[in-house]
Write a protein that binds this ligand. Structure first.
Ligand code: SF4
Length: 386
């Protein structure tokens, strides 16, 4: 019998992205690309066709990783001491296509082997029975792992029966990252998210009911200037109903090659400036109420990386960081905006006495950054991080 193209095993695979919080996770690819691929701001999987991988091939990947980890454990002593010659000989004995799996195993071993992230954009689109088989196999091979996580679309989650979601959770998938982006129906429709506020809420509550941790990504700036207030308030309103374990901020960058960039060029979408975005974020934080989620600002695109804390006790502290930004003199504010994107500052409070201030000043004068052009400079800098 002829195998379908996607069923032919062509070696270990890894997808292009993972959430920032999964930097130390082992990446196991269950599906390729995004089955939706319509969000106007996203170019990650553009022009790439979605496909499911066969369970058989996913298991081959897991077995490869398990075999490499077993061999690495025999060579690398506890505490990290290794015989690098043996490691190099082993590495060189592999064919090029197998070295990716070996590198993944080495990196994971070095970072403590505590978490696994299932790629790509929406692993829950797999049949629940198949997903459970994969999760069972992961647990069998790596019983000491604390966390197995995946991205999933709200639209997909609401279509899964609750008892299937529970079976997936029981099999070991214990955290879901959802790209909510916005709670505003207007914004969700404009960005072609394929989910309404009601669907986002229903999906979030279903994940929690299945006793999985829920991480909701929101995207400051996505409503543009026109819908900035609605975006902030409706997103907070959706999250107040869901009360997810984590709310993660990932600021909008308008990147070339996206439908949103075309809209921006035509003047149909106007990205808020840093100052507008900071106001939007302040309103968003202020509007969060009655929840005990952790807020995480763990993306380089964010203007304030220090906005991290638990609701409700850290709410005022987080808002204070934004107020500190507005209290800066205009020239200092520019230095902060540029220094932040150069990776020198995490929050306005980092500027005081910073050894990097001079370098930021030099960069600003070299590139002629002024209050008039700061926003276009920032937009260009942000494109580099996407
Ligand atoms: S669902 Fe996620 S990966 Fe797919 S197009 Fe939208 S943002 Fe991109």
């Amino acid at each position: 019998m002829n195998k379908k193209k996607e069923d032919i095993y062509e070696g270990f695979e890894q997808g292009p992205i993972r959430p920032p919080s999964e930097a130390n996770s082992l990446l196991i690819r269950l599906t390729r690309n995004c089955p939706w691929n319509n969000c106007t701001f996203c170019r990650v999987y553009k022009k790439r066709k979605f496909s499911l991988r066969s369970v058989e091939n996913i298991i081959k990947d897991i077995d490869f990783l398990h075999d490499y980890i077993t061999r690495i454990k025999q060579i690398v002593k506890p505490g990290g001491y290794s015989d690098s010659e043996v490691i190099n000989t082993l590495y060189n004995s592999f064919q090029e296509k197998d070295r990716m799996a070996f590198n993944a195993a080495m990196n994971w071993y070095a970072s403590g082997m505590k978490s696994i992230f299932l790629q790509d954009a929406n692993s829950l689109i797999m049949k629940p029975d198949d997903l459970v088989v994969v999760l069972d196999h992961i647990r069998e091979c790596f019983p000491d792992v604390d966390r197995i996580t995946s991205y999933a679309r709200s639209h997909t989650i609401v279509r899964i029966k609750q008892n299937d979601l529970q079976r997936i959770s029981d099999a070991g998938l214990n955290r879901i990252h959802v790209g909510m982006e916005s709670g505003s129906d207007t914004v969700l429709k404009k960005i072609r998210k394929g989910a309404t506020k009601a669907v986002q809420i229903k999906a979030g509550l279903k994940v929690k009911e299945a006793r999985m941790e829920l991480s909701e990504y929101v995207m400051p700036g996505l409503g543009g200037i026109d819908y900035s207030i609605e975006h902030a308030m409706e997103t907070a309103s959706a999250l107040n109903t869901i009360n997810p374990h984590f709310i993660r901020l990932r600021t909008l960058a308008v990147t070339n090659g996206t439908a949103l960039a075309v809209e921006a060029r035509r003047g149909e979408f106007e990205k808020p400036t840093d100052a507008m975005m900071a106001k939007e974020l302040r309103l968003f934080l202020e509007s969060l109420d009655g929840i005990n989620s952790y807020i995480k600002s763990d993306h380089i695109l964010n203007l304030f990386e220090t906005i991290n804390g638990k609701m409700p006790e850290d709410k005022e502290k987080m808002i204070r960081i934004i107020d500190n930004f507005f209290e800066l003199e205009p020239e200092k504010r520019i230095l902060y905006q540029i220094g932040r994107r150069m990776g020198f500052f995490r929050g306005p409070e980092d500027m005081e006495g910073s050894p990097h201030l001079e370098r930021v000043q030099q960069a600003c004068s070299r590139y002629g950054v002024t209050p008039e052009n700061i926003d276009s400079v920032i937009n260009e800098l942000m494109k580099r991080f996407v």
